[in-house]
Design a protein around this ligand. Structure first.
Ligand code: FAS
Ligand code: PHB
Length: 389
């Protein structure tokens, strides 16, 4: 098979890029290791920045998002008894939308056949070849048969564990990483949210996040040591811990119920640079990871894809060969600012095992400052709604 762009990974980055390229009449094919149902079964992000909403609207794929997405004009930082509301709408004129990553992925998947976007699921042993040439290709197995796709560009949208990033020589790249000494235990339950806005809580027992997927489906998190396993956490134990960490007002609003999904995700800050090598571009988690505290992971994938689609469209439709070399620097400029915000909010809202009284005093002082300063709240708000692209 020959195409113009071979995309590896049918998560939100790969599918969004595929749709954007097809909308420009650019040939592409998406290779996905798993089944579509498996991809949809992964419960991940919940908060969309305006740029992600705008990309879905530009594709005309935002009908459900407009009907079911929850517009959020603010969110809250809880510190023991104190609740600090960040009025993102009032401070920035923008909002975010709560609409699960699963639903974004579903909308993109469902629209693929009608839009001529070919997605090959259960593609095994995907390998990249000749990425430093103008004629790279991908091999993979399907039903036990090895196949090959020749392309002008390959875009790695295969997440943190995919093969694309690993195809770039260490001599030509640099990695930046911080692994956090805790993970987030997430629970999904068909119960109404405890509040109509998100609450990030820093409690002496640890971090908690109250989020949602709809008016009848809630998403909560508590941070747990990396040694923890999900077996140690019954639903009741999670509900008890959430009630303590979120504080009495939020606790009064909690409706308990059986979990429909429960998982522990490790937290890391990670950047791989550059995000292009020869004819291979990287988008999304294939190139960077943020702790989910800032709700940036999915949204960074969207901005990477916006830049990649722009550069590829310039190349194929306008013969502009300068856009592709500029992709990595443009994407990384936004990635690093989101990495900083996510790291900063994680440091502010979590208790680190190595921290002592001084570090805790710094958290209290920073929360006091945020509570009393419009400038401090505006800084948090403009990062949370997403910096311009
Ligand atoms: P993805 O990882 O979503 O997609 C990559 C795709 O590539 C997958 O479908 C995978 O199957 C496929 N792939 C991998 N290897 C392959 C191969 N060899 N061949 C073919 N295909 C291959 N972000 C938030 O903002 N909030 C959150 O709460 C949050 N929670 C998260 C929880 C977990 C457990 C994880 C891992 C991430 C979480 N994230 C969260 C971040 C997440 O939302 C990502 O930012 C988002 O999925 C990025 O999308 P993609 O870059 O498309 O990568
Ligand atoms: C979620 O709803 O899954 C969610 C929301 C905000 C975050 C992280 C996760 O910062």
């Amino acid at each position: 098979m020959r195409t113009q762009v071979a995309i590896i990974g049918a998560g939100p980055a790969g599918l969004l890029l595929g749709h954007l390229l097809r909308a420009e009449g650019i040939d592409c094919v998406v290779l996905e290791r798993q089944t579509g149902d498996y991809v949809l079964g992964r419960i991940r992000a919940g908060v969309l920045e305006q740029i992600t909403v705008d990309l879905m609207a530009r594709l005309g794929l935002d009908q459900r998002l407009k009907a079911e997405g929850l517009v959020e004009n603010g969110f809250n930082l809880a510190d023991g008894e104190r609740l600090i509301r960040i009025d993102i709408k009032g401070l920035t004129g923008k909002n975010v939308v709560v609409y699960g990553q699963t639903e974004v992925t579903r909308d993109l998947m469902d629209a693929a056949p009608a839009r001529g976007l070919e997605v090959i699921y259960q593609a095994g042993d995907v390998a990249l070849h000749d990425i430093e040439s103008d004629a790279p290709y991908v091999t993979y197995t399907s039903d036990g048969v090895e196949k090959r796709i020749d392309a002008r560009f390959i875009v790695g949208c295969d997440g943190y564990h995919g093969p694309s990033r690993k195809a770039i020589p260490a001599s030509a790249s640099q990695e930046f990483e911080r692994v956090y000494p805790f993970g987030w235990l997430g629970i999904l339950a068909d119960v109404p949210p405890c509040m109509n806005e998100l609450i990030y809580a820093n409690h002496e027992r640890g971090f908690a996040l109250a989020s949602m997927r709809s008016h009848t489906r809630s998403r909560y998190y508590v941070d747990v040591p990396l040694t923890e396993t999900i077996e140690n956490w019954s639903d009741d134990r999670i509900w008890d811990e959430l009630a303590i960490r979120l504080g009495p007002d939020a606790a009064a609003g909690i409706t308990r119920g059986p979990s429909i999904e429960k998982s522990i995700a490790p937290l890391r800050s990670y950047v791989f640079a550059p995000m292009r090598h020869g004819s291979l571009l990287l988008c999304g988690d294939a190139a960077h990871i943020v702790p989910p505290t800032g709700a940036k992971g999915l949204n960074l994938a969207a901005s990477d894809v916006h830049y990649a689609a722009e550069a590829l469209t310039s190349f194929f439709k306008r013969g502009d060969h300068d856009a592709i070399p500029g992709y990595s620097a443009k994407a990384l400029a936004r990635v690093w600012k989101a990495e900083r915000f996510s790291w900063s909010l994680t440091k502010l809202m979590h208790r680190f095992p190595e921290d002592g009284p001084f570090e805790r005093a710094m958290q209290v002082a920073e929360l006091d400052y945020v509570a009393s300063s419009v400038a401090a709240q505006t800084s948090i708000a403009e990062n949370y709604v997403g910096l311009p692209i």
